[in-house]
Design a protein around this ligand. Structure first.
Ligand SMILES: NC(=O)c1ccc[n+]([C@@H]2O[C@H](COP(=O)([O-])OP(=O)(O)OC[C@H]3O[C@@H](n4cnc5c(N)ncnc54)[C@H](O)[C@@H]3O)[C@@H](O)[C@H]2O)c1
Length: 262
């Protein structure tokens, strides 16, 4: 139980990766605020965690709305009396060729993925600084590190989240706040169910050394590690949870590779 009685906000946690992160943090002893634009889904997720004997409350929030974001942070204090952990997980995906990406699509993607992380982090960090301690973890993506096809808006938003993580880590260190990011490769979720065609799946699987998509729990485990005292000297870091995708170069079939050695 590495997070006993710590208070955490997880944005976008009504479902998918965020839901798994909320469950993992609560399972490690944290009191979790499920914050999502889908207010009913947030209530259902919190009720499920409470049913499992864990501590969770729900709050509706649009992470792009500064007033609602401040109310979300206040809700953590109202419910739990403090805020130790913020996980910026809320995000939207977009697969669109660069030449067909509209201004509205680009702005919407950046607004949710980047500006949402900025607003939540700033609102949380102000209060964490008063406490003299805190942990902020953002869910970025390998698409923020590699030039993935059809990912101009999404990739740019996630690259900016990685950069924002570095600058916040530097500026917030003096307040005892550690800031890190987790960059997943493809994960089995509702988002990839909709946005990943069969062709995209096959291509990813052929280029990931571990040859599969991640499960949500594998991303949640990395977030829990960064939030815990097992990571007290880690800040400004982006932890790839990608089955080796970003590290890999040419990948041969095993038989071909054996032939190359001979
Ligand atoms: N699924 C993947 O393969 C993958 C890979 C890399 C990174 N990511 C990132 O992980 C995060 C979660 O992805 P997911 O696959 O679980 O997505 P998802 O679509 O299944 O869930 C996203 C959640 O965020 C909420 N949300 C969306 N906009 C919001 C807003 N403005 N305010 C508050 N909540 C909002 C949704 O209601 C939903 O509950 C995202 O940041 C995504 O970019 C996902």
């Amino acid at each position: 139980m590495r997070l006993q009685n710590q208070a955490a906000i997880v944005t976008g946690s009504a479902r998918g990766i965020g839901r798994a992160i909320a469950g993992r943090l609560a399972g490690e002893g944290a009191h979790v605020l499920i914050a999502d634009v889908d207010g009913e889904g947030a209530c259902r997720a919190a009720a499920q965690l409470r049913h499992d004997g864990l501590t969770a409350q729900a709050v509706p929030v649009d992470v792009t709305d500064p007033i609602r974001v401040k109310a979300m942070v206040q809700a953590a204090f109202d419910n739990f009396g403090r805020l130790d952990i913020l996980v910026n997980n809320a995000g939207v995906g977009l697969n669109r060729p660069f030449l067909k990406t509209t201004l509205e699509e680009f702005e919407f993607t950046v607004r949710v993925n980047l500006i949402g992380a900025f607003l939540c982090s700033q609102a949380a960090a102000v209060r964490m600084a008063e406490q003299g301690a805190g942990k902020i973890i953002s869910v970025a993506s390998i698409s923020g590190q590699r030039g993935a096809q059809n990912r101009s808006a999404y990739g740019a938003s996630k690259a900016a989240v990685i950069q924002l993580t570095k600058v916040m880590a530097l500026e917030l260190a003096r307040y005892g706040i550690r800031v890190n990011a987790v960059a997943p490769g493809p994960v089995v979720t509702d988002m990839t169910d909709v946005t990943h065609s069969q062709a995209i799946r096959q291509t990813y699987q052929s280029r990931i050394p571990l040859r599969r998509y991640a499960q949500c729990d594998e991303i949640a485990a990395a977030v829990a590690f960064l939030a815990s005292d097992d990571a007290t000297f880690i800040t400004g870091h982006t932890l790839n949870v990608d089955g080796g995708f970003v590290s890999s170069g040419l990948i041969f079939d095993l038989d071909d590779a054996a032939g190359a050695v001979e």
